[in-house]
Design a protein around this ligand. Structure first.
Ligand code: HEM
Length: 677
């Protein structure tokens, strides 16, 4: 029996709460491990400094080594910020009445400090990248004239400047706010900020740049959520504060999604950078990828053991210490993986940038398609991984929800399931079929895609009533905890939904999607980058979804518009659409020529005629959805009247029609008074 009275074995396994000194030492050790992995793998992958031949621009060893080193430190600060925000608003079960708990507050302050460090590191990295891209020394790059001239024109430095700004906003916001909703908002801002440098990275020049960029963004997001979340939990376990067991249970679901996404996006990203599988062995870059694949298998195995054996044990004595040790081991392996990852992101991959015959095709990232036919437009295929993945996930989750309802004997209209799957199908068709390729080279076909994406797909999705299904299928969480169902309820009753379903706001962004996009240089600017193109597609879909949610939505929303108001809004939208189409028909110059004037295959001989076809499509195609929506509004209106009548009748049955009695009594009184006058 030991001096503390606890049996020796137990004393050996139960860690005392670690002080901040010890934790700081552990942190430095993990960062040192990541930096060493980066250093070694940069040499292997050929990303280390090699003095260039005489006469070629040479930013110098400091800059060439400094860029990946700062990228690594910036990402570590980012994942710490995201980890603590995740702990404060998602993992910590103790928040009450929408306010984070005491432990959550401490995590929010930790996130704020990490975000400040992140902001400074991103700014430093920006100057190093500027020097590296321009091939000048650091001292030249920090020259205000050089900075002012080039920094905002280079995608990588522009992205880092925005990241530094957003990280600073997160630092300030996380410090001054203490509601769960606000911390979740800062978490979203931080996730956008960490993804930006990947959008401005070296993926854009590759053949499959849609796949390269989408998988790159998914990869970094999965990595920072998984590593950041585990880091925050490990700290709580080492500090013995917060409810580690409950937080670990909440984290394990997130970890499974993150590790799956990390593996799939990693393989997809590696595929866009290697020409052949043998390059995994024959090239330094490939060998680093292989090392990462081995690492993820190890991490997956440890994760499995933790999930299978440890989550249950954490509540018992010694369990938290065991978790802290396992988490420490996992974080050490992850530190190496991050170092290797930054090496890959900072080294030239074996696959060379695809050379195209024309500048237009280089902008597109693929060769011009042949003249359009119904088959090539309708059945062609070009992978747009983001919308395809969202479509598959959206369809799967919806079917799981319906199956859950049916399993417990609840009904769910087949019409809604069909509408949802149809909506998903139309969205995936618009973004992955031949139409998606042709829309980038022809105004006419672009308008066809736009109208289908912003009118037809959203109508079907809205009629699927996904929020209603989710509210019925999701299980409520324990006590005051906020789980997925409670988050959805909070969102649907929040000021955000009030704004998103405000008829004036909805009408504004619906109209903006037309005039704001095509009557300004915005279209050409957005089409110039993959991220811009995806953003535009999202805008089409989201603007349409919000518009039709307000008009014919089944899902709950704060202030539903009266039916006459919906008809009015539909008529107004129709006229706005009509004016836009007429303006296009009257145009004397082709639409969005800043893009279609450059990206122009031989078979587009008359761009003005192509614009005219676009106008006719915009005019004609808006009729069909309008008729569908008119019918739906009419049906919903008559049904709501029926419901109202039935409610009225039930009330009359319950209180012997007291309202009619009162009504008649008032008239009798008036009649009496008239008689007396
Ligand atoms: C199957 C296993 C994996 C593969 C094939 C893989 C592949 C890649 C590739 C190709 C890149 C370069 C992306 C670019 O150039 O933008 C990358 C970056 C990265 N990877 Fe992985 N990875 C894997 C697993 C992991 C794991 C387990 C982690 C962390 C736990 C991780 C963290 C990262 C990070 C942080 C980056 C840097 C992103 C950036 O700075 O843009 N990866 N990975």
């Amino acid at each position: 029996m030991s001096r503390t009275g606890a049996p020796t074995a137990q004393r050996r396994t139960t860690l005392q709460p670690l002080g901040y000194g010890a934790i700081a030492l552990l942190t430095v050790a993990l960062v040192a491990l990541a930096v060493s992995a980066l250093g070694v793998s940069l040499v292997v992958a050929g990303g280390s400094y090699d003095p260039p031949a005489a006469g070629l621009p040479d930013p110098g060893a400091l800059v060439v080594w400094g860029v990946p080193a700062l990228r690594l430190l910036t990402e570590i600060a980012a994942l710490a910020t995201i980890g603590w925000l995740l702990a404060a608003c998602i993992l910590d079960p103790a928040g009450k009445d929408g306010v984070i708990s005491q432990v959550g507050r401490v995590d929010a302050i930790r996130a704020s400090i990490a975000a400040l460090i992140w902001s400074v590191l991103a700014l430093m990295q920006m100057f190093f990248v500027l020097a590296n891209v321009l091939g000048i020394t650091l001292s030249q790059a920090v020259n205000p004239a050089v900075f002012a001239t080039y920094a905002s024109d280079i995608p990588a430095t522009r992205a880092l400047m925005v990241t530094a700004l957003l990280a600073f906003v997160v630092a300030f916001g996380a410090f001054i706010t203490s509601t769960i909703g606000a911390q979740a908002g800062w978490l979203l801002v931080a996730l956008v900020a960490v993804a930006l440098p990947v959008l401005g990275g070296h993926g854009a020049g590759l053949g499959d740049h849609a796949l390269a960029i989408t998988s790159g963004v998914a990869h970094i997001l999965a990595a920072v959520v998984w590593i950041g979340g585990l880091m925050a939990l490990a700290l709580h376990a080492m500090r013995r504060d917060g409810s580690v067991q409950r937080s670990l249970q909440r984290f394990s679901a997130i970890a499974i999604v993150a590790v799956t996404l990390l593996a799939v996006s990693g393989v997809a990203n590696a595929y866009t950078r290697l020409d052949t599988i043998t390059e995994l062995i024959t090239t330094g870059y490939g060998q680093v990828v292989l090392a990462k694949a081995l690492i993820i298998i190890c991490l997956g195995a440890i994760g499995w053991v933790m999930r299978d054996r440890l989550v249950a044990k954490v509540g018992k004595s010694g369990g938290v210490s065991l978790f802290a040790r396992m988490a420490g081991l996992e974080l050490a392996i992850m530190a190496v993986a991050v170092g290797l990852g930054v090496t890959l992101a900072s080294s030239a991959p074996p696959r060379l940038q695809t050379a195209f015959n024309s500048f237009g095709e280089t902008l597109l990232g693929f060769a011009y398609p042949p003249p359009p036919t119904v088959l090539t437009v309708g059945l062609g295929f070009r992978l747009e991984p983001l919308f395809l993945t969202l479509g598959l996930v959206g369809a799967a989750l919806y079917c799981i929800g319906v199956a859950r309802l049916r399993a417990r004997g609840d009904k769910w209209p087949w019409g809604r399931l069909i509408a949802w799957l149809l909506g998903i199908g139309i969205m995936v068709w618009c973004t992955n079929a031949g139409i998606a390729t042709y829309s980038q080279v022809s105004v006419g076909l672009h308008m066809f895609q736009h109208m289908t994406m912003t009118m037809l797909a959203p109508i079907m999705l809205v009629l699927g009533a996904p929020a209603t299904l989710a509210l019925r299928a999701l299980k409520p969480s324990h006590g005051t905890e906020r789980g997925p169902r409670e988050w959805l309820m909070w969102f649907l009753h929040s000021w955000i939904t009030r704004v998103l379903t405000n008829p004036f706001y909805v009408f504004f962004i619906y109209v903006l999607g037309l005039y704001g996009l095509y009557m300004t240089p915005l279209f050409g600017w957005l089409m110039g980058s993959h991220a811009g193109h995806v953003f535009m597609q999202f805008h089409f879909l989201a603007a349409g979804y919000l518009f039709y949610w307000v008009l014919i939505g089944i899902d709950p929303r704060p202030k539903p518009l009266p039916y006459w108001g919906r008809l009015l809004m539909l008529m107004l939208a129709l006229s706005v659409h009509g004016f836009f189409a007429v303006a296009m028909m009257m145009a004397s110059t082709p639409l969005a020529s800043e893009w279609y004037g450059v990206v122009q295959p031989e078979w587009i001989v008359d761009p003005l005629r192509d614009t005219l076809i676009g106008a006719q499509v915009a005019w004609g195609l808006s009729e069909i959805p309008t008729v569908i929506v008119l019918i739906v509004i009419a049906v919903q209106w008559s049904r709501s009247d029926e419901r109202e009548a039935k409610r009225f009748d039930r009330q009359a049955d319950r209180d012997n029609d007291s309202e009619l009695t009162e009504y008649n009594a008032r008239f009798a009184l008036l009649a009496d008074r008239d008689k007396q006058d």
